[in-house]
Each structure stands twice: as C-alpha cells, then as structure tokens.
Design a protein around this ligand. Structure first.
Ligand code: CAA
Length: 289
C-alpha cells in the first residue's frame, strides 16, 4: 500500500491522516467540502509544528509529511488509492451514503474500511460494493498518541483483506487487537457503560461534575475523569455508541443516561462545540452544572 484515502477530516479523520502521512503514505483526504478538508490539513500542520518544537520530528520530515497530504473536494481521485478509511460522523445513514458514493470509484483491488466505533461491520458491508474487501479499523483519540487499533472483520471479510489492513496498521507503529463484530467491539463495550454510569451518577446527584471526575481519575488512575473523557470523545458519539449497545444487545443495562440525551439535544456536544459537562471558552474548563 502506498496511497491511502481518508473520508472525514474531523478529530479522528485528521488524526488518521496525520499518522499515515508521518509513516510515509500519500494521503488523500475529503470531508463535506474542500474547505473542511483543507481545515483538517491546517490543524495537522499545527500539530506537526508542535512535534517539531518538541524535537519529536525534524522540520524536513514534518514538511514531507504535510506535502503527502492532499485535500480533495470530491471522490474522483480516490480511484488511485489502495485503502480508503471512512472516518465520518458516527451515523449509519451518513456512512451508507458515503460507501455508495465512494464505492463508484473504489478500484477492484482496493480495500474499504470504516473507523466506526460500534456500528456492526456485517450490516455496514451491505452498503459497500464488495463485503469481502470491507472491514472495521478502529482508531482511538488522540490518534497520534493512542496505541491500539481494533480490527473487526465482518462475516464476508476475506483473509487477504484482514492481512493487508493488519500490515498497514502495524506500519503505523500501532498495536493491533482483533475483535469480533459485536456491538461496541472491545473498548467501547467496556468504556461507554462506564461513562454512561458517571452521567447517571451526576443526574442522580451522587456528586458534582468535578468530584466525579477527580474521584474516578485519581481513584482508578485514569488520565481523565469520565465526564472530561465523554466531552473529549464528543457526547453525540457517546450517545450513538450507547444506543448501538442498547439496541444491539437488547439489554437495559446499556440504556443511555437521560442527561446524556439532554446534553446532545441541547447541542452541548463537549469540546468540539465548546460546551458539554464543561465550558471550554475560558483558560480552564469550568463545569456547566
Ligand atoms: N492530538 C495529538 N496529540 C495530542 C492531543 C491531540 N488531540 N492531545 C494531547 N496530545 C499529545 C501531546 O502532544 C503529548 O504528546 P508528547 O507526550 O509526545 O509531548 C501527549 O499527548 C500528552 O499530552 P499533554 O501532556 O498535553 O496532556 P495529558 O498528559 O493530559 O494527556 C491525553 C492528554 C493523551 C489526551 C490523556 O489525557 C489521555 O490519554 N486521555 C485519555 C484518552 C482516551 O481515553 N482516549 C480513548 C477515547 S475512546 C476512543 O477514542 C474510542 C471511541 O470510539 C470513542
């Protein structure tokens, strides 16, 4: 593999583009328009500049990585790529529409993968041109920092597809784990109920935002408290995953916390909208409740 296509230049997509470009791949990136794809590249330029400041990367290497990133206004050039990774919004309808569109230019020997955090791969495969060349490749946020990649095969995914994507994931310096196509795979099956429970605890008045975060972060030695982490992931994404777990298992233990639903309905999606369980407009995050 030499050329990768990434669909989505948000926090996950841009992270994937960055690590692939730094690892030597030419990377085409698209979003809802060229301007958003360019914005994603501008954010990567800033992060590469910081990596140079910290002497984690040389200036020529950062320049070369940036030059390998090519924002696109449509999918025409995706006909050149060996592997397409879809990292769009965590909504099944959005992903299906993308697969139908990009499927028109997907080469007969190229692979299509999705960074979905929880939607069943076998079901999504039905919207792609060839389920044998489709699988899940799940990165973690922040992509440049987080080590694992979950690989998820659908019922029809071929062995050669898994082998090619595994080789790609390892070439990024990541640790590969394999998960079955079950709701939430491994990490979100464990993580989302914990975050959801913290939100239930907040809603039931067990403690306030700061104390829940301090207690869990310090008490369990986690780098972030659960409400900070939910804001970091995006409350809309947390809710989508909670719903997939709830609907996919039919188990009421996975029902989304009412306050998670309420915050999403308010458009308080966490860091990306500047407000969630915390308000991010000042120098330090301040609890919103
Ligand atoms: N992008 C790239 N790099 C970032 C970053 C970002 N958004 N945020 C922080 N970093 C880097 C910093 O540059 C720094 O790198 P170096 O050590 O090489 O200099 C490193 O991360 C540590 O950053 P800081 O010192 O600024 O801050 P920190 O020590 O508080 O760490 C953190 C920040 C890495 C985000 C840490 O808080 C952490 O690990 N949090 C938990 C993250 C987590 O659980 N992620 C998984 C979310 S679940 C998911 O992604 C799956 C899903 O489907 C929902």
């Amino acid at each position: 593999m030499k050329t990768i296509g990434v669909i989505g230049a948000g926090q996950m997509g841009a992270g994937i583009v960055q690590v692939a470009a730094v690892s030597g791949y030419r990377v085409l990136v698209s979003d809802i328009g060229l301007a958003q794809a360019e914005k994603g590249k501008a954010g990567i330029a800033k992060r590469l500049a910081r990596a140079v400041e910290k002497e984690q990367l040389t200036q020529p290497d950062a320049d070369a990585a940036l030059a390998r990133i090519e924002p696109q206004g449509d999918y025409a050039a995706f006909a050149e790529v060996d592997l397409i990774i879809e990292a769009a919004t965590e909504r099944e309808g959005v992903k299906r529409t993308i697969f139908a569109e990009v499927g028109k230019v997907l080469r007969a020997d190229a692979i299509l993968a999705t960074n979905t955090s929880s939607i069943p791969i076998t079901r999504l495969a039905q919207a792609t041109p060839d389920p044998a060349r489709f699988m899940g490749v799940h990165f973690f946020n922040p992509v440049p920092v987080m080590k694992p990649i979950e690989l998820i095969r659908g019922l029809a995914t071929s062995d050669s597809t898994v082998a090619a994507v595994e080789a790609f994931a390892q070439s990024l310096g990541k640790t590969v784990v394999h998960a079955n196509d079950a709701p939430g795979f491994i990490v979100n099956r464990v993580l989302i109920p914990m975050l959801n429970e913290a939100i239930f605890a907040l809603g039931e008045g067990v403690a306030n935002v700061k104390d829940i975060d301090a207690a869990v972060s310090l008490g369990l030695n986690h780098p972030m408290g659960p409400l900070t982490l939910a804001d970091f992931i995006g409350l809309d994404t947390c809710l989508e995953i909670a719903r997939v777990l709830h609907e996919g298992t039919g188990d009421p233990k996975f029902r989304p916390a009412p306050q998670l639903v309420k915050y999403v309905e308010a458009g308080w999606l966490g860091r990306k909208t500047g407000r969630g369980f915390y308000d991010y407009s000042g120098p330090e995050p301040v609890p919103t409740r």
